[in-house]
Design a protein around this ligand. Structure first.
Ligand code: MG
Length: 356
């Protein structure tokens, strides 16, 4: 490769590295594509308000703005109007004082009535999870705009599965389950954010993977950010109302991994020793247990279930693989099991041995 060519190649590589979003397309649709299929209209009816459960963090109950602030940290510029939190055009967004990561969020909103404006200018606000990922708020009852920007869209990424919008002035609800993105120590994305949304009780996003921060006209790449960031409501110049805002913080999802299931040591028993346990316990039928041996492993068949593997921890104690269930054998003076007791969920079910 000559010098000129290598310089061109290096420059191209630098451009690709500088704007990774430009090199990837997440969908066959262009951002804000008007030829994208329009979500079908669904007549929704939802009973509101939905009271917060006992473990909820109540962010707005109609009485005060103490959980909220302006972007610069000063007092929130929005106003409380008849128990609602009203966006003040030009007042800027409002952000929660605390940060949140994985959450279940309930929020009710109403587009201004009488409806004014059209497209993106009609009842526009937004619920920004972690201040970065917007679920669009818009009067989309009878209002044409690009599908990835209508009410309940993950803005610029996913239109809602259906349009469950109610007319302006009517209270509507979003119920959102949000899993924040996970970043590796080097800042790369280990797991993108995921979102499930119900609009007025109707599923509009089903565990969708968010590609990066939502934005007008842009696919922005993820940039590593803290695990907890404020929830933000957008000022888009329209006096949208909000009320009954609460969330529940979610525990991290448990991850499967080795070593979590079995902590007790497993002992080795010879086939001859295992044959001691082989036989029928109980009266048969659904309550009976049949113990059998296949090669070096014991199996217990409970009623109609297929045989389940028994792991020996001692001559008396076995467990069922992958479960918290224990099988205890009571041995007679001859060393042979006389009773099998099945333990699960704090209950014990002893069954006498019926035959070898
Ligand atoms: Mg918006």
């Amino acid at each position: 490769m000559n010098l000129k060519r290598s310089l061109v190649a290096a420059a191209s590589a630098a451009i690709l590295c500088a704007s990774p979003a430009a090199s990837q397309s997440h969908t066959r649709w262009k951002i804000h594509d008007m030829t994208r299929p329009v979500p079908a209209k669904v007549d929704a009816s939802v009973k509101l308000p939905v009271p917060p459960p006992s473990d909820a963090v109540v962010l707005f109950d109609g009485t005060d703005l103490s959980s909220w602030r302006a972007a610069d940290g000063s007092a929130a510029k929005w106003i409380i109007k008849e128990g609602s939190l009203a966006a003040v055009p030009g007042g800027g967004p409002v952000l929660t004082r605390d940060g949140y990561g994985d959450i279940q969020l309930h929020i009710e909103w109403a587009a201004p009535t009488p409806g004014r404006g059209k497209g993106q200018g009609r009842g526009n606000s937004g619920v920004f999870l972690m201040s970065k990922y917007e679920v669009q708020v818009l009067d989309s009852h009878e209002n044409t705009t690009y599908p990835d920007g209508q009410a309940a869209a993950v803005y610029g990424q996913y239109p809602p599965l259906v349009n469950a919008s109610l007319p302006a002035g009517e209270w509507q609800a979003y119920d959102i389950v949000f899993r924040r993105p996970r970043f590796r120590p080097d800042g790369s994305v280990a797991q993108p954010a995921r979102i499930t949304v119900l609009h007025n009780g109707v599923l509009v996003h089903d565990n969708s993977e968010i590609w990066g921060p939502t934005s007008w006209l842009q696919h922005l790449p993820y940039e590593s950010h803290p695990d907890r960031l404020p929830l933000q409501l957008q000022d888009h110049g329209n006096p949208v109302l909000f009320r009954n805002i609460w969330l529940r913080e979610l525990d991290e999802e448990p991850r499967p991994g080795p070593g979590r299931h079995q902590t007790k040591p497993i002992i080795t028993m010879t086939p001859l020793m295992l044959d001691n346990y082989v036989g029928e316990y109980g009266e048969g039928g659904v309550q009976g247990v049949v113990v059998s041996r296949r090669d070096g492993t014991l199996w217990a068949k409970f009623g109609l279930l297929p045989p389940l593997e028994l792991l020996p921890h001692s001559e008396e104690e076995f467990s069922l693989r992958w479960t918290a269930a224990t099988v205890m054998f009571k041995l007679g003076s001859d060393g042979k099991p006389k009773t099998l007791t099945f333990h699960i969920g704090g209950e014990a079910r002893p069954t006498p041995r019926m035959s070898d």
